[in-house]
Write a protein that binds this ligand. Structure first.
Ligand code: ATP
Length: 199
């Protein structure tokens, strides 16, 4: 399966182009890094790939076809700020069930989620604890591509390593594609088959 962005142009305001004629693709089973200086539009491209923003020109295709706007989104995005990605009025067990399936206990454990956290509200967890839920929620059986936009940037090294280890295992097992956006060259070198430089 191939996720492709073809000749994308996008601006948030008229006359101010953030992305101009950008093309990008990733195949199932690949881990692709997306790098580039701050403000070049990496997060914007990731939102377009995941269907959060619509480009003024160009298109996003999954195996050559547009991704349906309704139903489960096969391209899942996890970004840096988990507190902005969960409903504060939902307990964590409901947040996790949002993907339509509840993860198996082995996966919860591998992600370092303690069972008692399931009964808590988002505000009762640390950023790192909350991010583990956001990552896990994105790993549905129906997810074909995961886009990790500075996904572990605010976490300590041990937590980062634990999350990436679990995600990479899952991605390999399910033959998903993974896009990694990071300012850490070392992380990109370690995780990725290839790195695309946004210029
Ligand atoms: N919602 C928005 N409204 C208006 N402009 C925006 C919005 N979001 C981002 N921008 C602008 O679009 C440009 C690209 O931002 P984006 O976050 O995609 O870059 P980035 O490459 O991911 O940056 P960083 O590496 O700093 O995270 C920036 O100039 C930013 O100020």
């Amino acid at each position: 399966m191939r996720l492709s962005a073809e000749e994308i142009s996008f601006g948030y305001q008229a006359g101010k182009t953030v992305l101009e004629n950008i093309s990008f693709h990733i195949d199932s089973g690949e881990v692709v890094g997306l790098a580039g200086a701050s403000g070049l539009g990496k997060s914007t491209l990731s939102k377009i790939l995941a269907g959060y923003e619509t480009p003024q020109q160009g298109r996003v295709l999954l195996d050559g076809k547009p991704i349906p706007a309704r139903g489960f989104q096969p391209v899942q995005l996890v970004f840096q700020h988990p507190e902005k990605a969960v409903d504060p009025r939902w307990k964590m067990k409901k947040v996790l069930a949002e993907s339509g399936q509840f993860p198996e206990s082995e996966l919860l454990e591998a992600m370092g989620i303690q069972p008692e956290w399931l009964e808590r509200w988002p505000a009762e967890l640390s950023g790192g604890e909350l991010q583990r839920f956001c990552v896990l929620r994105a790993l549905s059986e129906k997810t074909k591509f995961l886009i990790a936009d500075e996904m572990t940037a605010m976490l300590d090294a041990i937590t980062q390593a634990q999350i990436w280890h679990t995600v990479l295992n899952y991605v390999r097992e399910h033959q998903m594609g993974l896009v990694v956006i990071s300012h850490e060259q070392e992380l990109l070198d370690k995780l990725c088959n290839r790195v695309v430089q946004l210029a």
